[in-house]
Design a protein around this ligand. Structure first.
Ligand SMILES: NC(=O)c1ccc[n+]([C@@H]2O[C@H](COP(=O)([O-])OP(=O)(O)OC[C@H]3O[C@@H](n4cnc5c(N)ncnc54)[C@H](O)[C@@H]3O)[C@@H](O)[C@H]2O)c1
Length: 459
């Protein structure tokens, strides 16, 4: 709705006043948002986005920024979901835009608009008539793109990690609250068949009172990091600039759900230490000849970063990051409580009782605890493939929430808190493991919504 100049000014002034109440981080959103975008913000400083439902829509109109490896895979899933229309594609590489447009027309939809004439052309995509914008670009672009989507009235769905500095965390939170648009982190690992089964076990009390969890990203990415295409073009750079946990959300997201983070608990502080760096530099020396510019690079990110997070309710989370040591893949994914424990890789359950010291395979628990989403949609998800089907379940669920007008499972506070270990671990490592406080991105609301149905349990 159009606003006259005076009401625009009043709206802007009242927003400025609210930012003054809310704290330092909020100034950013005020700078970014134009006065038109401040219309319709509910009274009360920084009204929360926890539990705010989407407005139900019959058909989801969607744009994707970034159709490299990840964006292409997300696009494939989205095209297989009913009543989802891919209306726009943006990428800097024209061939990738054309390939994605063809995938859309091959799926029987109209050709989506193409963007990518320069690095900022995504702004034009965010001005189209869309409901949600998917963002699957290198990390440094996530926040400008998500802010542009929300400022232009679209929900943003951002790849992992959503952001890489505390300032960026607050920018996402402030803008989501001010625009009343959701910013969802696309943390597919929360939707794995095992993770969702374990969540059902935790909620059923199988492990009693939860006191400790473990998550990690332990994945040998040496060849990807040093490739001359895809992630090799950008993902090695943080290893030159930062020492800490560069990719925290795959390990942390599922554990945050087991622990009801932002539904009754929150991350309080963390400590972090890094090992020395050896594997990436050794790999580069062994695989690239003297003239290659990579030989001159100096990596400062320790091979293994280990952090411990303490929650407000006194629980602990071990969080690790190692993408350069040769080793089998693991996200640790474990949880323990007063009555038992779960550990992954391979998935196994221990329930307190006479058979001490013996794990049981998770298979015996499948009938009782398989999540309804996997029961109904698992076969197709597995056929679609992406990470064992978790990608399809994530996309299906997000589109379903939009169509049915449910609140998203994962919101901007999760995006911020799960991404914050990157800057916090970096600071802690630089200070010999000194504790670093998590900002309370929920502004005190982490305990208010403990009766909410929460993650993927709304029907
Ligand atoms: N959730 C998962 O399992 C998972 C898996 C892989 C990657 N990711 C994440 O997905 C994101 C993308 O990773 P990827 O593997 O697809 O990388 P990629 O390099 O293959 O693709 C990134 C694409 O973004 C495009 N791009 C870069 N800057 C742009 C700009 N300003 N405007 C438009 N397009 C731009 C590039 O041209 C490229 O095609 C990263 O955040 C990564 O961490 C997540």
């Amino acid at each position: 709705m159009a606003m006259d100049r005076e009401s625009k000014e009043i709206s802007r002034r009242s927003f400025m006043k609210r930012t003054a109440i809310g704290g330092a981080g909020l100034v950013i959103a005020t700078d970014i948002l134009g006065p038109d975008l401040l219309a319709g913000i509910p009274n009360g400083a920084n009204a929360t986005m926890i539990g705010v439902p989407f407005e139900a829509i019959e058909r989801v109109r969607l744009g994707i920024i970034g159709v490299g490896g990840r964006g292409t895979s997300l696009l494939g899933d989205l095209l297989a979901i009913e009543k989802v229309e891919v209306k726009a594609i943006c990428d800097l590489v024209p061939e990738k835009v054309a390939r994605a447009q063809k995938a859309v027309t091959n799926a029987g939809q109209a050709e989506p608009a193409g963007f990518g004439k320069d690095e900022w052309d995504f702004k034009n995509l965010t001005q189209l008539d869309l409901d949600i914008v998917y963002i699957a670009t290198p990390w440094n672009w996530h926040v400008p793109m998500a802010l542009s989507a929300m400022k232009n009235g679209k929900h943003a769905a951002v790849e992992v990690p959503a952001c890489t500095t505390l300032q960026e965390c607050w920018d996402l939170v402030d803008t989501s609250e001010a625009t009343r648009k959701h910013c969802i982190i696309l943390e597919n690992c929360c939707y794995g068949s095992t993770e969702m089964m374990v969540l059902s076990m935790v909620r059923d009390g199988l492990f009693g009172e939860i006191t400790h969890g473990e998550g990690a990203y332990l994945h040998d990415l040496r060849s990807i990091l040093t490739s001359s295409e895809g992630e090799g073009l950008w993902r090695r750079l943080p290893h030159i600039k930062r020492n800490g946990n560069l990719y925290p959300t795959h390990g942390l997201g599922p554990v945050a759900h087991y622990m009801d983070i932002h539904r009754g608990d929150r991350f309080d502080y963390m400590v972090s230490v890094s090992s020395s760096e050896a594997s990436l530099s050794t790999y580069v020396k062994a695989n690239f000849t003297d003239g290659d510019p990579k030989r001159a690079e100096k990596y400062i990110c320790g091979d293994m970063n280990t952090s411990i997070i303490k929650t407000q309710r006194g629980r602990t989370i071990l969080l690790q990051h190692d993408v350069v040591n040769p080793r089998p893949y693991s996200r640790l994914n474990s949880i323990s409580g007063t009555k038992g424990a779960f550990a992954d890789y391979p998935p196994r359950v221990f329930v307190d009782g006479p058979k001490q010291e013996e794990w049981q395979s998770i298979d015996g628990f499948r009938d009782r605890y398989e999540h309804p989403l996997w029961k109904t949609t698992g076969e197709l998800a597995r056929k679609m493939g992406g990470h064992g089907g978790m990608d399809y379940i994530m996309n299906y669920r997000l589109m379903d929430c939009l169509k049915r007008g449910l609140a998203p499972d994962i919101d901007v506070y999760d995006a911020a808190a799960w991404s914050a270990p990157t800057p916090l671990s970096e600071k802690s490592v630089a200070q010999n493991g000194a504790p670093q406080k998590f900002p309370d991105f929920t502004r005190g609301k982490w305990n208010v919504h403990s009766d909410s149905p929460g993650f993927a349990l709304q029907t």
